[in-house]
Each structure stands twice: as C-alpha cells, then as structure tokens.
Design a protein around this ligand. Sequence first.
Ligand SMILES: Cc1cc2nc3c(=O)[nH]c(=O)nc-3n(C[C@H](O)[C@H](O)[C@H](O)COP(=O)(O)OP(=O)(O)OC[C@H]3O[C@@H](n4cnc5c(N)ncnc54)[C@H](O)[C@@H]3O)c2cc1C
Length: 436
Amino acid sequence: MSHPDVIVVGGGIGGLGAAYSLTRQGLGVRLLERAPAFGEVGAGIQLAPNCTRILDDYGLLDEAKSLGVVPDAMVMRDAVDGAELTRLDLRDLERRYGYPYLVIHRSDLHGLLLRACERAGVELITDARVDAYENTGGGARVTLASGATHEAGLVIAADGLHSAARKLLADDEPVSSAYVAYRGTVPAGSPRVSRVDLGEVAVYVGPGCHFVHYGLRGGKLLNQVAVFESPKALAGREDWGTPDELDAAFARTCDFVRDGLPFMWRDKWWRMFDRDPITTWVDDRIALLGDCAHPPLQYIAQGAIMAVEDGWVLGEHVARNRAADGSVDWSAALAAYQAVRPEHCRRVLTTSRTWGELWHLDGLAREQRNALLRARDTYDYAFTDWLYGPTALTPEQEPDMFTPIPLSSATGPGRRTAIDRTGDPTWRPKESSQCS
Ligand SMILES: Cc1cc2nc3c(=O)[nH]c(=O)nc-3n(C[C@H](O)[C@H](O)[C@H](O)COP(=O)(O)OP(=O)(O)OC[C@H]3O[C@@H](n4cnc5c(N)ncnc54)[C@H](O)[C@@H]3O)c2cc1C
C-alpha cells in the first residue's frame, strides 16, 4: 500500500469532517476506524451557525437541511413549573449570523459526511484499531492491533474521549460530572408529540436535572434527552445512572417533563465526562482533533461542532501553506492550527461546565437565575456572538467573550442585563464565565 498524505484515526463526526476537509485540498487521505462498520449512536444533534457555515462551505448544507429540521425558536423553561424563562428567535439568529440553526439525527449527519468522503475519494478502512503512534522524522506512523503499520506525512488522531493518542501530550483522565443522559425518539403519530411544538428546541432546566426536546427528520420524530445528577455517582458507586435514578431525579419536575420519561430508551444511558482543557495538541506530525483534544460537557451543544471546526481550520491552513508543487509545509500549517484552536476550545469547555451549573441550580440561586433569564431581551446576542460568528483562523480573529452577570444582581435596584451593557457603545465584552 502506498503512503497517503494524511492518516486520520477515528471515523466519528470529527474524523470524517477532517478527512473531507483535507481531501478537498487535494490531499490523499486514509481513515482508519476500529469498528467493523461506520456509524453513530444516539439520536439528535444541534448544529449552530458556526457549524452550518462550514457545511455550506463544503457544499453540504442543503442536504443537511433536507435531512433535519430548521427550528423557529429555542425556548428555555423552568422544569419545576414549566414557565418560560427566555428564548432565541432562530430565524432572526439566522439573519444575524448568516447561517441557520439546524437539528439533525446523528446518523444522518454522520452518513452525510461519510458519503461526502466516499465521493471525494477518502480511503475508508474499518476493523482497523490503532494501538500505537510514533513520529518518524518528516512524518508519522501508526501500528494497528493486527500489527500492520501505516505511514503518512501527518497523522490526525480523532479517536474520541478515551483517546490513545492524547497520552502523547497529556497525562490526564476523563473527568466524571456525575451526570448521566438518557435519550429517546418518539414517532410523530404519538400523543406525546401532539403536546409539543416541533418548531421549537425546548430546554427545561431544573434542580440537578434538565430535559431537552426537538423535532428530527422533517418533524417525523421527536428527540428527547433527559439528564440528571446521579446520587450513586456522588456516593462513589460503580452502578450509577440506572432508570430508578432517572425517575427519582425528575420527581419534582412538572407533568409535561415527567410524562416524557417513559419514552426514553431505558436500557442504555450515557455517563457524562469531559476533560480539563489542554493547550498543546500537536506532537511533531501527530495532531489531536475533536473529542480526543477537547471533550466537553454538552450543555452548549458544541462538541461535534468544535470537531468540524478543527477539520475546517486545518484544511484552510493547508491551503495557505501549500507550495506550487503541491507539497504542504506541515510545520507551518500545524503551528497555525495549534495557535488558534486550543484557546477557542478551552473557552467552550469551561463555559459548558459553568452553563451546566447554571441550569441545575436550586433554591434562591434558581430564583435569581430565573429572574435574570426573564429579564433578558429575546434579541440580545451578547451571549452568542463569541460562539456563532465565523470560526477564527488566527488568534486575532477569535472574538472577545461576554461579560458575566452575577446571580446576586438579580435582586435590588440598579440591576443591569446583558442588553443594557451591549447598548452602551463604550462597552466591550471581557472573557469570563456565564454565571458567577
Ligand atoms: C448527550 C449528548 C448530547 C450532545 N449534543 C451535542 C450537540 O447538540 N451538538 C454538538 O455539537 N455536540 C453534541 N455532543 C457532543 C458530540 O457528540 C461529540 O463531541 C462528538 O460526537 C465527538 O466526535 P469525535 O469524532 O471527535 O469523537 P467520537 O464520536 O467519539 O468518534 C471517535 C471515533 O474513533 C474511533 N476510535 C476510537 N479509538 C480508536 C482506535 N484506537 N483506532 C481506530 N478508531 C478508533 C471510534 O470508534 C469512533 O468512531 C453531545 C454529546 C452528548 C453525550
């Protein structure tokens, strides 16, 4: 077998996206996936404009829209009393950022990227578990469980949360949040679906739990996600996240949320892990990408999006570091990737953790949060501009973050909301976390 220009390890959304991006630049790409067949587990996934912008650049957005749903609104409600707290008008959001907010079945997004890779000529190999990585001086080599080796000018590791490649760069482990997710889909004919607006992405936030639903496949399916903090996990038990814990965790929530629980797949659940951010993703000619580099908690729905962005950014830097004979200055391209992506993803990871804490508050803090969310103007984009605009290619292009609003400011005179601040022409956002 001749050497490709690039080897990608892992055929998830991140690996496929990177393989497609680099093939578009004219490179020969071989993708190695350990599973016997390509596929994705789970149900829906939300794709914000910072991802649909890239799908459009790839010529894949129309197909993605035809497979998914472009919702009208994202609505946050209190899970205990069901009352609306705040909303995003997703049609206005599309006008602001130039690209839609899309929800799509994971397997449809994965299949779309897989077909694009096939058409582009990516060499797709399954049953290929990579056990070892090494730099060769001018390239890199991987060794499979079978003992076979593959070499290329660059190896991209996109092998997910439990990455073997990450060990080259960090001596860390996944961090348990003690939260667990149940997922499930409900067919459109079900009475459950008649109780929802399929044009909404709805998030019910509650003490130690939250519940999400939105439509999939042109409204043929309702996707539901129920997430809660597991007492057994907090007690250090191994058997955490079981269905009895699911029912108990939502006991205080409103009828609508509790009525959704029997529709969850109750025979499997996803324990929620992330990792602390790391700032170095490149070891000579081996580069980390996707969850392997930056697995987040899912609260701001950016994990797969960051993975797609990583691949797009790398492709853009290949284009900028290509000689007339087609050779790539990998050191320059990887330095540019390393300069911009880890800091962006660090911001997303830390904000995801904080956003989750905000969702799951109880007592006075919950009331303060609710007051602040109710005061937010629907058309205030102070909390999305740092995320949904064009993906930065250089550190200078990375937007500033928002200014947090302290929960304590929810009471007493003089409280200011984000819209008050952005209305002030002298105000500039500063980096910080969402609630403090
Ligand atoms: C409940 C939940 C909801 C979420 N919602 C959203 C959302 O709305 N929007 C969003 O953007 N993100 C969301 N995410 C996050 C998103 O799912 C992940 O960030 C994303 O799928 C990561 O993709 P990846 O390709 O980097 O990793 P993975 O999907 O983990 O893929 C890794 C691939 O590598 C393969 N592999 C592993 N080891 C090896 C090996 N040694 N050799 C060869 N192959 C190997 C695996 O088989 C797999 O195919 C959510 C996550 C959860 C848990």
